[in-house]
Write a protein that binds this ligand. Structure first.
Ligand SMILES: C[S@@+](CC[C@H](N)C(=O)[O-])C[C@H]1O[C@@H](n2cnc3c(N)ncnc32)[C@H](O)[C@@H]1O
Length: 281
């Protein structure tokens, strides 16, 4: 039984990191003429009203996008992300937060493709409405971890798989590693982006060790925290584990993450990590 609704969390500090990294990877893929394919295994609803009861209940967007919206000193990759979000908000108003499916769609060219999976019935209906008809986009109401395997390797032989689970079950932490190992066997040159939360650091250490032992080379980790570990405030940090990242992503994140940690950190507790889990062969 799935109970997670991303509408409570849209635009929070975790979405900022996830979507900044996502846009960087897509911009890199779009530098080459050849088409690419993106698979989003946990799509969510596509976009979220920031004045909805869901969003206003916790105002999580105040830990993230709200703090960036009006600034004129954003690092380039954060500016690109805010600029994309502003396309969904006319006349400078700040009412809509675009999730991964709409951000990716904005960055597709005519020849690129997007495959979206969403398992939650309500969320899937919202997603269908938000994506509208587009021959480049395929939607499946199915388990994205299981069913995306069958799409690999994509015919384009270039692309990104975004894996953004809600981690409602502890087994999610081990399932994502198992799935990524299988995916990588089928499509070793693809880029993979896995989002993770930091709630109990021990789980993250287990996750990272599993990747170190996975036999997959060229894995980097980018993490942004707004509170210290064990602050007692729930999710203190979150990160992205990237297999086959663009060559310049680590350098970009080395500049962007300290800036975000400073702006988004609670009472000076912002923190970040840029780490290589496994090196390039
Ligand atoms: C964190 S949200 C996705 C947010 C979205 N990727 C974004 O960045 O805007 C996770 C979504 O995955 C859905 N979900 C959970 N388990 C799933 C599964 N096995 N396959 C597909 N979707 C799943 C949930 O219903 C939820 O909408």
């Amino acid at each position: 039984m799935l109970s997670y609704r991303h509408a409570f969390h849209a635009g929070n500090f975790a979405d900022v990191l996830k979507h900044v990294v996502l846009i960087e990877i897509l911009a890199y893929l779009a530098q080459k003429e050849k088409p690419f394919c993106v698979i989003d295994t946990h799509a969510g609803g596509g976009k979220y009203a920031l004045d909805s009861d869901f969003a206003l209940k916790t105002r999580e967007f105040d830990t993230g996008i709200s703090r960036l919206w009006e600034r004129d000193d954003l690092p380039q990759s954060v500016a690109n992300y805010v600029e994309l979000q502003k396309r969904f908000n006319q006349n400078g108003q700040f009412k809509t937060y675009a999730g991964s499916p709409l951000l990716i769609k904005q960055m597709l060219r005519a020849k690129d493709r997007l495959c979206l999976f969403e398992l939650h019935s309500n969320e899937f209906e919202i997603l269908k409405t938000n994506m509208k008809l587009d021959k480049r986009v395929q939607l499946d109401k199915a388990d994205g971890l299981k069913h995306s395997l069958g799409l690999l390797p994509p015919v384009e032989r270039r692309g990104l798989v975004l894996i953004d689970p809600s981690y409602e079950m502890k087994s999610d932490y081990s399932d994502v590693v198992k799935t990524l190992i299988q995916m990588h066997k089928r499509f070793a040159t693809g880029t993979y982006a896995l989002w993770y939360p930091v709630i109990e650091r021990g789980r993250n250490e287990t996750l990272e060790n599993a990747f170190k032992k996975s036999g997959i080379s060229n894995i980097q980790l980018f993490e942004l925290g707004i509170n210290a570990d064990n602050s007692g405030r729930g999710m203190n940090a979150s990160g992205m584990i990237i297999i086959n990242p663009p060559w310049n992503l680590a350098a970009t994140m080395e500049t962007v993450l300290p800036w975000l940690a400073n702006i988004l950190g609670e009472n000076g507790a912002g923190n970040f990590r840029v780490e290589t889990l496994t090196t390039e062969k």
